[in-house]
Design a protein around this ligand. Structure first.
Ligand SMILES: N[C@@H](CCC(=O)N[C@@H](CS)C(=O)NCC(=O)O)C(=O)O
Length: 230
């Protein structure tokens, strides 16, 4: 069976890596089953080779693939039924959405949820989390997350192009979900599972979109625990 290395938290049922969530949805999209191997931040040396220290990593028989985009490409090659990318054009547009999400949407989620993401680590992982993130942000976690209400306001604004698409279509993939939708769901799960923040107001169309994504595959996204419930 396919194995997916995931990011563990101190709560056994809570996983919030946006990159791993997109892959779980990609596997469900293809009707594939998988087993999960959760690792804490300080356990990444246990990943299979070639080990770049990041999850997700997919192991399928003797094949090891890391990086969520490469994993999506691998899945379409190895399991061509129910493609994640229906054409080269669709794939190119999804790549644009991936880069936009990771450069614009991700940093805002990181600012909003950083202290919750930190609190969700075991004590043994907190020092690594703080040191690695503070080096990356060039400031303390507290400073990075210092103005989370402004970051939330900005986040709701930058999602306007997504609102424009879902005003006409159920999914970014059109009538059916594509890998772009799973990228979006991954970012939503990062804050939804990893923090106590309710990101979207009930009347925001993005909230309906999030619910549509959470309902897919027998409620796959809802089966994950949330730190708000602990
Ligand atoms: N480009 C990678 C990014 C993966 C990534 O950043 N994963 C994070 C978890 S969300 C990680 O494993 N971090 C480990 C660390 O920071 O030590 C992908 O798309 O898979």
């Amino acid at each position: 069976m396919i194995k997916i290395y995931d990011l563990a938290t101190k709560y056994p049922d809570v996983r919030f890596s946006p990159f791993v969530w997109r892959i779980k949805y990609a596997l469900a999209h293809k009707g594939l089953e998988w087993e999960e191997a959760p690792l804490h931040f300080t356990e990444m040396s246990r990943l299979p080779d070639p080990n770049v220290g990041l999850v997700p990593v997919l192991v399928d028989g003797s094949t090891v693939v890391h990086d969520s985009w490469s994993i999506a490409e691998y899945l379409d090659e190895a399991y061509p039924e129910r493609p994640l990318f229906k054409s080269a054009e669709a794939k190119a547009q999804c790549l644009l959405f991936k880069h936009w999400s990771e450069r614009v949407w991700h940093p805002l989620v990181s600012k909003i949820g950083i202290m919750d993401f930190y609190d969700a680590q075991r004590d043994a992982d907190k020092t690594y989390f703080r040191e690695s993130r503070e080096k990356r942000f060039q400031m303390t976690l507290e400073e990075w997350g210092g103005n989370s209400s402004e970051a939330r306001e900005q986040l709701l604004k930058i999602l306007e192009p997504v609102r424009q698409v879902i005003a006409s279509f159920d999914f970014l993939g059109g009538d059916t979900p594509s890998f772009s939708d799973y990228i979006a769901l991954g970012v939503m799960q990062w804050i939804r599972c990893g923090s106590g923040v309710e990101m979207f107001d009930k009347e925001d169309p993005i909230n309906d979109y999030q619910n549509r994504l959470l309902d897919l595959y027998d409620g796959l996204g809802r089966r994950g625990g949330r730190i708000g419930d602990h």
